[in-house]
Design a protein around this ligand. Structure first.
Ligand SMILES: Cc1cc2nc3c(=O)[nH]c(=O)nc-3n(C[C@H](O)[C@H](O)[C@H](O)COP(=O)(O)OP(=O)(O)OC[C@H]3O[C@@H](n4cnc5c(N)ncnc54)[C@H](O)[C@@H]3O)c2cc1C
Length: 427
C-alpha cells in the first residue's frame, strides 16, 4: 500500500486502506459534482488521476523531499493554471482562477506541503507574466518555472519589516548602465533556500515605498546568500533567510524600476490571497475526508463512532462551513475568470479594488476555518488523528501558519475596517 504509513502502525490496515487517496478524492468529488461546471470537474478528476498514478508509481510515503517531484508535476502542467501561458508556447486548455482552485484541491489531497511550496513558485511566475515585456530571459525563466524545471520564491518580508512591508530597508542602487546593486536582508521566504529564481523587492531610499523596485534574481549569482529557517510546523518546506551583498542585477532582469515596485507588489496581492484561500479550503476538505472515512469505520461500544452525536454533529458543522466558503470562493473565481476573459487577461480597476476587500474577507475567514477544521477533525479522530499514520499530521501543522502568511489576520482586518470607513463615506 502507498501513502503515509507512519513509523509505527496505529490505525488498523483495513481502515487505513479505506483512507487512500482515491477514496478521499471520491469524498471530495461527491461533494463538488453538482456545484462545479463540467469542464472544471473534468479537470479536477484528470488531475486526481495523475496524482493517484504518481503516488503508486513512485511508492510515495510523503516523508520525501517533495522538490524532487516538481519536474514531473510540471511536465504534466500542474505547477500553475492561473493563465494559459500562451506567450511561452504552453497553451493550457483549462486555466484561470477556477482551474487553479481545482489544481490546488487535487494537489493538496496528494501532499499539502508540496502544494504550499509550489504556490510560492506561482507567486514568482505571476510578476513575470505581467512584466516580461517580451524580454527573452524573462520569458525563458517564466517557462522554466511553469514547466517545473526550476523553483521560484518571492522576497518581500525583512527581519525588521514584516507587516509594514512598504517601509523596506533593503536597498537598490542604480548603476550607470541601468543595472542595480541590491543590499539588505529578507526572511521567511517560502522555497527561499531551494529557489533557482527569486523576485526581490527593494527601495532606492530606505523606508520610502514610493522608491520600490522589482527585480528578477538568479540565486546562483554572487551576492545572494540563503540560510534555511526552521519552521517546525512545515518540516519539509524550505523557508529561507536571505542576505544580499552587492547583488548585481543586470538591466534586463529589472521588472520594475524604483517607483514602480509598490504598484507591482500590490497588483499581485489579490491573486496571491485568493491562492491562499484555495489552499485553506483544500486543507479543510482534506482533513474532512480523513475524518469522515475514519469515523464511519472506527467502532467503539459496538457502533461506528460517527453515530454518536458528540462526534457526528460537530463534524457536520465543519463540513457545512467548509462547503459554504467553497461556494463563495468558487463564485469569486468565476467572476474573476469572466472579467479576465472579457478584458484580455486584466481586471477592470474598480473590480480589482473591490476584490482586494473580498480577498481579505475570504483569506481571513478561510485561514481560521482551515485551522479549526484540521484541529477538530484530528481531535474527533482521537489518537488516529494525532499520530503520523496519515496526512493529518501535515494538515495540523500547515493549517496553523495560514493566518500569518500573505498578510496576517490583523492586516486583513485593517484592510476590511479601512474599507468600512470608505463605504460609510460613500453613503
Ligand atoms: C511559513 C511562512 C511562509 C512565508 N512565506 C513568505 C514568502 O514567501 N515571502 C515573503 O516575503 N514573506 C513570507 N512570509 C512572511 C509573512 O508574510 C510575514 O510573516 C507576515 O507578513 C508578518 O510579518 P512578521 O512575521 O514580521 O510579523 P509582524 O509584522 O512583526 O507582526 C507581529 C504581530 O503584530 C501584528 N501587527 C503588525 N502590524 C499591525 C498593525 N498595524 N495593526 C495590528 N496588528 C499589527 C501582526 O498581525 C502580528 O500579530 C512567510 C511567513 C511564514 C510564517
Amino acid at each position: 500500500m502507498v501513502g503515509k504509513q507512519g513509523k509505527v502502525g496505529c490505525i488498523n490496515d483495513k481502515i487505513l486502506k479505506q483512507m487512500s487517496l482515491k477514496k478521499r478524492y471520491n469524498f471530495l468529488n461527491i461533494n463538488l459534482m453538482n456545484v462545479l461546471r463540467p469542464e472544471n470537474f473534468n479537470f479536477l478528476k484528470e488531475t486526481q488521476k495523475f496524482y493517484i498514478k504518481f503516488e503508486k508509481e513512485h511508492n510515495i510515503t510523503h516523508t520525501e523531499d517533495f522538490y524532487q517531484w516538481i519536474p514531473e508535476i510540471g511536465k504534466q502542467g500542474l505547477v500553475s493554471r492561473v493563465n494559459n501561458f500562451a506567450e511561452i508556447g504552453v497553451n493550457y486548455p483549462e486555466y484561470g482562477m477556477t482551474a487553479e482552485f481545482m489544481r490546488i484541491l487535487a494537489t493538496d489531497f496528494f501532499d499539502p506541503q508540496l502544494t504550499m511550496g509550489m504556490g510560492a513558485t506561482v507567486l514568482a511566475i505571476n510578476p513575470l507574466l505581467l512584466h516580461h515585456q517580451n524580454v527573452d530571459i524573462r520569458l525563458k525563466v517564466m517557462k522554466e518555472l511553469v514547466v517545473g524545471e526550476k523553483i521560484g520564491c518571492i522576497c518581500i518580508t525583512e527581519p525588521e519589516r514584516g507587516s509594514d512591508a512598504v517601509h523596506m530597508l533593503t536597498t537598490c542602487e542604480q548603476q550607470a548602465d541601468g543595472s542595480f546593486l541590491i543590499n539588505g536582508q529578507k526572511i521567511f521566504q517560502t522555497n527561499g533556500s531551494k529557489a533557482d529564481w527569486a523576485v526581490v523587492y527593494a527601495v532606492s531610499e530606505k523606508n520610502n515605498g514610493n522608491t520600490m523596485g522589482q527585480f528578477l534574481v538568479d540565486t546562483s549569482w554572487d551576492g545572494w546568500h540563503s540560510e534555511r529557517v526552521n519552521i517546525p510546523w512545515t518540516p519539509r518546506i524550505y523557508i529561507g533567510k536571505e542576505t544580499f551583498t552587492d547583488l548585481h542585477v543586470p538591466k534586463e532582469y529589472v521588472l520594475g524600476n524604483p517607483g514602480q515596485g509598490k504598484e507591482h507588489l500590490f497588483e499581485g496581492l489579490n491573486l496571491e490571497r485568493l491562492g491562499i484561500v484555495f489552499l485553506n479550503l483544500a486543507e479543510a476538505w482534506n482533513a474532512l475526508s480523513h475524518a469522515v472515512i475514519y469515523l464511519n469505520l472506527r467502532e467503539q461500544f459496538d457502533e461506528p463512532v460517527l453515530k454518536y452525536q458528540g462526534v457526528g454533529f460537530p463534524l457536520t458543522n465543519l463540513w457545512a462551513k467548509t462547503m459554504n466558503l467553497t461556494l463563495a470562493a468558487l463564485h469569486i473565481s468565476q467572476i474573476v475568470d469572466r472579467e479576465m476573459g472579457e478584458h484580455k487577461g486584466t481586471l477592470p480597476k474598480q473590480l480589482n479594488l473591490a476584490l482586494g476587500v473580498n480577498a481579505s474577507q475570504l483569506k481571513s475567514q478561510s485561514a481560521k476555518l482551515s485551522e479549526r477544521v484540521c484541529y477538530e477533525c484530528a481531535n474527533l479522530m482521537g489518537g488516529a488523528g494525532a499520530c503520523d499514520n496519515t496526512l493529518m499530521e501535515d494538515l495540523l501543522g500547515i493549517s496553523r501558519i495560514q493566518e500569518m502568511g500573505g498578510g496576517t489576520r490583523q492586516i486583513q482586518q485593517y484592510i476590511m475596517s479601512f474599507s468600512l470607513r470608505k463605504i460609510f463615506k460613500m453613503l
